[in-house]
Design a binder for this molecule. Structure first.
Ligand code: FES
Length: 116
């Protein structure tokens, strides 16, 4: 599978590990946090909606809940919805799938479904 088939490789599963947070940079420069929980991958914007904190660099993952390392706000990585204060705004989520040991982003997730 390649980006020509409608998906964009984000990172290797080896780069993340079960129950951990990885990161990747999209072709448009946005940084996303990539989570591996129970063998399934999830992806959200990396930047906490409460501030400038990187969830991949400063956050903690407990099941499907990521806790921001700066003010301990929490989000559900499956939906991006805030679960605990001070976060009130949802994270953007991205549809991802695992193929051949790689986490892949569906190209329609990009603005306008456009080219990378
Ligand atoms: Fe993430 Fe404040 S910056 S909770």
């Amino acid at each position: 599978m390649s980006s020509a088939e409608g998906v964009i490789p984000l990172c290797s599963l080896d780069d993340i590990g079960e129950g951990r947070i990885g990161s990747a940079v999209l072709p448009d420069g946005r940084r996303v946090a990539v989570y591996l929980v129970d063998g399934r991958a999830h992806a959200t914007d990396d930047r906490c909606t409460h501030g400038e904190s990187s969830l991949a660099d400063e956050g903690w993952l407990d099941g499907h809940v990521v806790e921001c390392g700066r003010h301990m706000g929490t989000f559900d990585v499956r939906t991006g919805q805030p679960l605990g204060p001070p976060c009130t705004k949802a994270l953007r989520t991205y549809p991802v799938e695992i193929h051949a040991g790689q986490v892949m982003l569906a190209r329609p997730a990009l603005p306008g479904g456009g080219e990378a």
